[in-house]
Design a protein around this ligand. Structure first.
Ligand SMILES: Nc1ncnc2c1ncn2[C@@H]1O[C@H](COP(=O)(O)OP(=O)(O)O)[C@@H](O)[C@H]1O
Ligand code: SF4
Ligand SMILES: [Mg+2]
Length: 357
């Protein structure tokens, strides 16, 4: 295939797709520092409903720092509204942070390109264009190839995502949801990205199709040596694709760890609850432990640790002092007073998780 820069093989084939958590080169590709994003509240209705007194802005992302190694996948997980997409859009350059910095190590290299895949494939597919035209657009727009090479490249991309060259003549509505997501992946790859952002790429798909798309993304990431920021609210999906995981709660990272460490020894009470809520094949629905309480509003976040109203381990300090991430001996970083003070054991659910894996 034609690329401006040949992909570097990142992991040996022996490591293969099953050993995603083994880090290789410790080369930073992306460094996001202390990213904050506030959305000012409009005048009118919302502020009126709040009496104009509670908050003047929504703190969607609050002091998040992330480092992603070249050729690896860093995943963000957390409930809806915790700020994942806002952070992704900032990394993609589609939105600017209120404060903080984003640094790509390769930003000045000509081959450095970022592409994004969204939950809804229609977001990147024009319903009135044949998909071949849509896939070709980034190639033509960025003048990546001479005109006569565009169509063969589109056919190659379609094959790469498991579709047929003849599909180039079809319109988006002629595909199933999973096929449509394959088309938007082909379009993202057409721009020869070195950095790929996937925001809930399988959340809108049938469960049976999700695994196929995840397999495809994982294979392409591996083959092309892409660095990925992957977003999902689903920990099972995260477990499958990530080298490192960041757990977000109300705009903040509460735990960051290599995937294996996170699943074997989850530490933050929120991570533990998310893992306990993971459905297991042999568990009937009513036996699953739901996370109690509503996620608080970013309009009016709780004092101290924002998780304290839902946390079974909360104590006085949690209501007053906001916990910062601290390093744990196993390579994870956790923002929790009770963990830092060793008031609670770190792996209440690890046995269950091991059984699940
Ligand atoms: N453009 C915007 N204007 C105002 N509020 C926004 C905007 N985008 C996101 N938000 C708010 O920021 C918070 C985080 O949203 P988002 O990043 O979409 O979360 P997630 O992707 O984790 O579901 C939410 O409270 C959301 O309502
Ligand atoms: S800091 Fe306190 S409230 Fe927050 S997660 Fe830890 S124990 Fe729970
Ligand atoms: Mg989102």
């Amino acid at each position: 295939m034609t690329r401006t820069a040949p992909p570097t093989p990142i992991r040996g084939t022996a490591a293969g797709l099953t050993a995603l958590s083994a880090h290789t080169a410790d080369e930073t590709c992306l460094e996001a520092r202390d990213i904050t994003r506030r959305f000012p509240l409009g005048g009118g209705l919302l502020r009126g409903m709040l009496g104009g007194s509670v908050a003047r802005s929504i703190q969607a992302v609050d002091g998040v720092s992330v480092r992603i190694r070249r050729g690896e996948t860093f995943s963000l997980v957390g409930e809806s509204g915790c700020g994942k997409s806002t952070l992704a859009r900032i990394v993609a350059g589609l939105d600017a942070p209120s404060s903080g910095t984003i640094r790509f190590a390769d930003a000045r290299l000509p081959g450095h390109r970022i592409q994004m895949i969204f939950q809804d494939p229609y977001a990147s597919l024009n319903p009135r264009y044949r998909v071949g035209t849509t896939i070709a657009e980034p190639i033509r727009f960025q003048k990546l190839l001479p005109a006569k090479a565009v169509v063969p490249r589109v056919h190659e991309l379609l094959r790469q995502v498991g579709l047929a060259p003849a599909d180039a003549a079809k319109f988006p509505h002629e595909f199933s949801g999973g096929q449509r997501q394959r088309v938007s992946i082909a379009r993202a790859l057409a721009g020869n990205p070195t950095f790929l952002i996937c925001d809930e790429p399988t959340s809108a798909l049938d469960v049976s199709v999700q695994a196929q798309i995840l397999n495809l993304l994982r294979r392409l990431q591996h083959e092309l040596g892409l660095t990925c920021l992957f977003i999902s609210h689903n920990l099972a999906v995260i477990n499958y694709v990530s080298h490192d995981v960041g757990v977000m709660y109300l705009g903040r990272l509460v735990e960051v760890a290599p995937t294996r460490v996170l699943f074997d020894a989850p530490k933050h009470p929120y991570t533990q609850l998310l893992l306990a809520a993971l459905p297991r094949l042999e568990t009937r629905a009513r036996e699953r432990a739901p996370i109690s309480g509503e996620i608080a509003s970013p309009l009016d976040p709780p004092s101290g640790c924002a998780f304290h109203p839902r946390c079974p381990h909360a104590y006085a300090r949690c209501r007053e002092e906001r916990p910062e991430l601290h390093d744990e001996p196993d390579g994870s970083r956790v923002a929790c007073h009770a963990i830092a003070e060793r008031r609670i054991p770190v792996s209440i659910v690890s046995a269950r998780v091991a059984a699940h894996a």
